[in-house]
Structure formats: structure tokens, C-alpha cells
Design a protein around this ligand. Structure first.
Ligand SMILES: [Zn+2]
Length: 239
């Protein structure tokens, strides 16, 4: 069981209530890549003073109806004012609303991230094909695209051929060990990230070290090594 090593969390929501409740080792995190889902969270996040926070600003597909010209201007001005700010959580979700209605908000925000050379963090549920197409067409200026809570074996290859990183969340543990191992084995080490997505980390979550230990058990790899690979990948990506 790993306990004290440092790590980086590539996706969580610090503005949401309860994010720290079961996150026993939050203090050991070096980097907290924090995302927002709606514009009314942006000021709260930018007011946070913890120096470990790398803030991403975006409109989540569930709230894509909140995307408009004023919000676009606000996003651009946040990014102009803070060279360390990124874009997220954006994306497409087949299970909630329609992809057609979400597309403009997603593509606009991805384009802004790309034009301004920022990382985009992408949520996708059943929309791998559409996201892949958009990333190809509009995401090439991003230093990296974080595919948050990644879970699709069949799209690993095409996404690996682009500037995409695979961020694994504790919710993956609801799958069978065989499926988790198959996915983890297929992810190139240099594209692996680990996230908690706290407070949406799933039932079994108690902390990042425990999550890494579980992944280590399933994959037969050293959990410390997994934490350290994901840590240096995220640090390399944010520069
Ligand atoms: Zn999230």
C-alpha cells in the first residue's frame, strides 16, 4: 500500500461541495487540475488561493445551453488574463440532452483552447467518434487534450495518434478487473493520467493512493510507478 508519495490529480471539481469528504490524501497532491462545469463557478475557482491548483474554465455539455457570446467573451478574457488557465470541462454526452445541441458549445470552446494554446479537458459519453473528429479538425493547437474518465478500448489508437491523454478515474473500478487491465495495458505510459474526479469519484473511493493500489493489484504494476508516471505526464503537459 502506497501512502506518502506525491501525485498529481488530473481532474477534479474543487468548486463543488463535498470534494474533500472522502479524499483522504488530498494534502499529498502536487497538482490539482481543477475543472468547472458552469460559468457561475468560474469566479469561485479563480478566487481560490491554493498554489497547487491549475484552473480550467468551461461549460460542461450538461449545461451547454448556458454557452453564448457573453460567456465566450468572459472565457477568452479569463484566459487572456491568466496564461496558466486552461479550458474545461467541455465535451459531448450522448446520455444527456442531444449531441446536436451540445456541439456548438463544445466546438467553440475547443477552438478557443486551440487558438490560445491551452489544454482542453473533455468529457465524452458515447461520443468518441464525434470528439475524435472535432479534435482532429479543431484541437491541434492545444498542447494536450485530457480525455477525462477515459474508458473506451476501441478508440485508444486513434486518440493516441493525436495530442490526447487518457485520464483514468476511480469510477473505472466498477468494471471487471479483466476489462480494467485490458484498458490500462493498452494505454501508452507517456499518455497516462490519473484523476479522482472528486466529488464524483464513485462509491469505493477513499483517496488517490488507494486508487493507485487497486490499479496496481489489477494490472500487476507498482502503484508508486503508476502515480509517478501520471504525475510526470501532467507536469510535463502543464509545463
Ligand atoms: Zn468532471
Amino acid at each position: 500500500m502506497v501512502q506518502n508519495s506525491h501525485f498529481s490529480d488530473s481532474h477534479l471539481h474543487l468548486v463543488e461541495e463535498g470534494h474533500g469528504d472522502r479524499y483522504s490524501d488530498l494534502d499529498s497532491a502536487d497538482i490539482l487540475m481543477a475543472c468547472t462545469a458552469r460559468p457561475d463557478e468560474w469566479d469561485v475557482q479563480s478566487g481560490m488561493t491554493d498554489t497547487r491548483i491549475i484552473g480550467s474554465y468551461g461549460v460542461h455539455p450538461w449545461y451547454s445551453d448556458e454557452w453564448n457570446d457573453d460567456i465566450r467573451e468572459r472565457l477568452v478574457s479569463i484566459l487572456e488574463g491568466n496564461g496558466k488557465a486552461h479550458v474545461g470541462e467541455i465535451g459531448l454526452d450522448y446520455q444527456r440532452g442531444t449531441v446536436k445541441d451540445q456541439m456548438k458549445a463544445f466546438e467553440d470552446q475547443l477552438t478557443i483552447a486551440s487558438n490560445m494554446g491551452r489544454i482542453a479537458t473533455v468529457h465524452m459519453v458515447g461520443t468518441e467518434k464525434e470528439v475524435l473528429e472535432s479534435v482532429k479538425l479543431r484541437g491541434s493547437g492545444c498542447p494536450g487534450i485530457i480525455l477525462h474518465s477515459y474508458g473506451s478500448d476501441s478508440y485508444l489508437k486513434p486518440f493516441s495518434g493525436l495530442n490526447c491523454y487518457f485520464s483514468i478515474s476511480p469510477r473505472i473500478l466498477s468494471r471487471s478487473d479483466v476489462r480494467v487491465k485490458r484498458l490500462m495495458d493498452a494505454i501508452p505510459d507517456e499518455r497516462l493520467l490519473l484523476e479522482t474526479d472528486s466529488p464524483h469519484a464513485g462509491k469505493v473511493f477513499t483517496g488517490m493512493h488507494d486508487f493507485a493500489s487497486r490499479l496496481g493489484d489489477i494490472t500487476g504494476r507498482d502503484p508508486e510507478e503508476l502515480l509517478s508516471i501520471a504525475d510526470s505526464n501532467l507536469k510535463g503537459l502543464i509545463g
